[in-house]
Design a protein around this ligand. Sequence first.
Ligand SMILES: C[S@@+](CC[C@H](N)C(=O)[O-])C[C@H]1O[C@@H](n2cnc3c(N)ncnc32)[C@H](O)[C@@H]1O
Length: 299
Amino acid sequence: MENKIVKIPLLTYMPIITQEKVTHKKDISRLFEDIPQKPYFEDTKRNIALFKANCFDILPNLHENSIDMIFADPPYFLSNGGFTCHAGKKVSVNKGKWDISKGLEENYIFTQRWLRECQRVLTPNGTIWVSGTSHIIYTVGSAMQTLGYKILNDIAWFKVNPPPNLSCRYFTHSTETILWAAKNKDSKHFFNYPLMKKMNNDKQMLSLWSIKAPGSAEKIYGKHPTQKPIELLDRIVKASTRTGDIILDPFSGSATTGIAAHKEGRQYIGIELEEEYLKTSIKRLKDAFRDKERLSGNH
Ligand SMILES: C[S@@+](CC[C@H](N)C(=O)[O-])C[C@H]1O[C@@H](n2cnc3c(N)ncnc32)[C@H](O)[C@@H]1O
């Protein structure tokens, strides 16, 4: 008898806990209720929020174990007075103040700091993707290993249409690496294997992805100097998240991640320092909202 009495309240309480978890996940604004600053842009119907901030001021206030997937395209620290070729012209590789190297040690501290915060907010089975070139990717990989992330793949993104190498002293740079990692060694990460196979003519998808750099059609609302192609983010979102999942990008730029997230019915939190890029992001996002409504015949 006594046992039964104890079991009843426990059983009635269990669904409330489950319900609480579901409710919590559905409403992204609850994830940032501890953040003193309001989002720069928020669409509560579509669960999209953008913060105009330094990610170090936002990440520590986000709830622990709350984010299903993170895509981070951090500063590569490559804006150091070099030159590249753009539209047939020699141009400076100056992406902005945020991209100037602070020296090996400082770059490592910076990288480890944001990766630590990302690890804290990821759900136990959540994953993170980080893009980079040789300027930063070894630092990212080393910091990930030190923090106990489990590296799942190193994707070689072949950029198909790279600009020529002007000095003719190197091979033409045509790849970036994207590290995909789980929160830790105990994570049971999600991988949509069947969909990736289907997208690859029914053959296993390789870790070599041939995707063009974004063309002018993706830049009609403003140019971000390091904008990623939608196709790349689309594949990442489809491979590693489910409908309704929460995606975070701590270096949101022009919100390419947010657009791919929205397109696939995921929720999005983006953090970006520069107002100019946030303005471009809002225009791009609104365009994506309209596109989706048009496709679903809901206008
Ligand atoms: C490599 S770009 C990201 C581009 C983005 N993936 C896209 O497709 O547009 C990095 C962005 O991070 C921003 N950024 C740099 N340091 C930051 C920080 N500490 N917190 C938030 N944003 C930062 C920069 O302004 C820049 O827009």
